[in-house]
Structures are given as C-alpha cells and as structure tokens.
Design a protein around this ligand. Structure first.
Ligand code: PLP
Length: 351
C-alpha cells in the first residue's frame, strides 16, 4: 500500500529528541523558544508563539484578539472542523462562505455579503497548501475594520505574491500534526507582527499567567513540549526541501494524469499539502485505488456548513460539489519515484 502520508524523519530528529531527554527538561523551555524564534524568522514576522496543536493555536489566536459571545467570524464552508469549532470555543458564531470551485479556498467575492455589525474577524484557510486571494481579503478587512487570522495549518512555506503565508494577515496559525508539511507529532504555532497579540497569546496558552500564579485572564494549558519543539526545529531546517519534493511530485502528476487536476493560481506558490483531483463516480474510483494499493484521503466529505454542530442552515453549491468529488492522492515527500509512477499509472487506468 502506498500511504496517503508518511513523515520524513532522519538522524537529526532522533538526535534532537535524545538531547532533550538527556537534558531532563521535557516541558516547555529553551527548545520551544528557539523553535519560535526560528519559525518567526522563516516566515518573516516579529513574533511566533508555539502551542501543543494547531487547534490550540487557532483558539488562542481568537481569544487573544478578544473574540467573544455575540461576535461573528467569517470563514470558509470547506475546511477541517477546527477552523470553525474554535470560533464556538469563544462562544462566537462562525459564518460560512462558499468556495472558489477551482482553488477550494474561500470565495473572497462573497465575503462582503456576510459582514454584519457583529463581524469581528475573517479566517481564510489556505486549503491543501494553496494560498487564498489574500490581497482582496486584506482589502475587505481593512475597509470593515476586521482582523484576519490566516489558517495556514496546511501551508507552511506557501507564498502569495512572493510573500510567505503567515506574514500577510494580522495573525496566522500553523499545525505540526504528523501529516503536515513539517511535523512535531502534535503542535501548533501562531505568527504575528503585533506585540500585544503575541503577549496575550503567550498568557492564554499558559493559564492566563504573565507572572507565575497570577492569573490575569482565562487561559489553558496549550504549551508545547521541548520534545515536540526539537522535532519541529529539525523539520524546519528541511521544510523547503520537503516542499520541493511535494512540488516535484505534483509536477509529475500534472504532466501524466488524465483526470481533473489541481488548479494553481498564477500568483501562488502551492506547497501541495494535498494533491487533490476530482472524480464524478468517487466510490467506484476509491474501490479501484484500494484494489491497486494506492492510499487516498477525502478532505472533506461533509462541508462545515452542514456539520450538525454548527447547524448553519446554509447550503453552498461549490462546497457541496467538492465534498462529493474530491480525492487526495499521495504526494508526500517520502514517496519514491517508483511510487509516484505507480500512483499515476493506477489513476490513469481508471476510466
Ligand atoms: C485547516 C486546518 N485547520 C486547523 C487544523 C488543526 O490543527 P491540529 O490538528 O494541529 O489541531 C488542521 C489540522 O488538521 C487543519 O487542517
């Protein structure tokens, strides 16, 4: 079976973890600080705050800008659950928008229709590793005085108009879950240029404390461990190379596959967290992949707008269609040339 994802771990990760274990300081400490500093430098922002998951990073980001009961946050109808569940965690309401059928990202032209007096923020998600149309989104946000939180959980190293995602919005969040472009087992990161937001985020991830045992606001235990940070640091050094391998695998598929392939916007550097094709009779196609030993993923079979929890009552045509037709095939950097060739052959045989 060729798996849909597989981490690339080398001697560096093993050695880094061993050093942390030997140091005896396993919880959040100097290694986390170093990971934050190096990640901030990579993205090109002043501050990075590490957390123990991307979900924790999103929740912390929303809390740190004061999202609360009665507020509305506009986001895409087609993403992972956490993009919208974190809004509920602050007792606020996610307001969904349909997607662009080509990029699967939030349809920026439909955002303004959803803005109300209660709207406080927009969460664009760079789905599958392709940046959203950030210029348009930032313009809307500026005009309506809204905060933009980029959900870059799937897009480490992706660029829009030559700028790294995570640098463009007011805040961004990343995930280091084990299938992501770089991993730490579990982990997350907030990036921002706003010192106040960064300070607030640091408090929220640590029980609302600035000073030990003095709790100024509601906070949580969202701290990253030194063990996770050690893996993250080793992975960060390889990020560009790992992304390059994903992009090369995608290029190969683009040349060879005879199916509906991913569209890449002209001003976008897509880092192919997923290589996602569309097929009409998906169940039959999936059976074919399974029979031939090719792993796959469906991201996502039910749009956020139709998740029972959100009970949004909305129907979005493009998100619905995508949820029925998308299939992600292996594109990760652990694939051999033979694997990529085999995947292409299996996909192409199906007709
Ligand atoms: C778009 C998106 N947002 C948020 C998250 C949450 O990240 P984590 O799994 O690290 O909590 C993920 C991870 O799957 C994601 O894909």
């Amino acid at each position: 079976m060729i798996p849909i994802s597989k981490p690339v771990l080398g001697k560096e990760e093993f050695k880094a973890v061993e050093e942390v274990l030997e140091s005896g300081m396993l919880a959040q400490g100097d290694v986390v600080k170093e990971f934050e500093d190096k990640f901030a430098a990579y993205i090109g922002v002043n501050y990075a705050v590490a957390t123990n998951s991307g979900t924790a990073a999103l929740h912390t980001a929303l809390a740190s800008i004061g999202i609360r009961n009665g507020d509305e946050v506009i986001t895409t109808s087609f993403s992972f659950f956490a993009t919208a569940s974190c809004v509920l965690m602050q007792n606020a309401k996610p307001i969904f928008v349909d997607i662009d059928s080509r990029t699967y990202n939030i349809s920026q032209s439909e955002i303004e229709d959803k803005i109300s007096e209660r709207t406080k923020a927009i969460i664009p998600v760079h789905l599958y590793g392709q940046p959203c149309k950030m210029k348009e989104i930032m313009d809307i946000a500026e005009e309506h005085n809204l905060t933009v939180i980029e959900d870059a959980a799937q897009a480490h190293g992706a660029e829009y108009d030559g700028k790294k995602v995570g640098f463009i919005g007011d805040i961004a969040v990343f995930s280091f879950y084990s299938t992501k472009n770089i991993i730490a087992g579990e982990g997350g990161m907030i990036t921002t240029n706003d010192e106040r937001i960064a300070e607030r985020a640091k408090m929220i991830r640590n029980h609302g404390q600035r000073e030990r045992y003095l709790h100024e606001c509601l906070g949580y235990n969202y701290r990253m461990t030194n063990i996770a940070a050690a893996i993250g640091l080793a992975q960060l050094k390889k990020l560009d190379k790992l992304n390059e391998r994903r992009i090369n695998n995608a290029r190969y598929y683009n040349k060879r596959l005879n199916v509906d392939k991913p569209y890449v916007a002209p001003n976008a550097k897509h880092v192919f967290h997923q290589y996602t094709i569309r097929v009409k009779e998906r169940d039959k196609f999936l059976e074919h992949l399974e029979k031939n030993g090719v792993g796959y993923g469906i991201y996502y079979p039910v749009p956020l707008s139709r998740q029972p929890l959100f009970n949004s009552g909305s129907y979005f045509r493009e998100a619905e269609l995508a949820s029925k037709e998308v299939v992600s095939i292996p594109v990760h950097p652990a694939l051999s040339k033979e694997d990529v060739k085999r995947v292409a052959e299996v996909v192409n045989v199906y007709e």
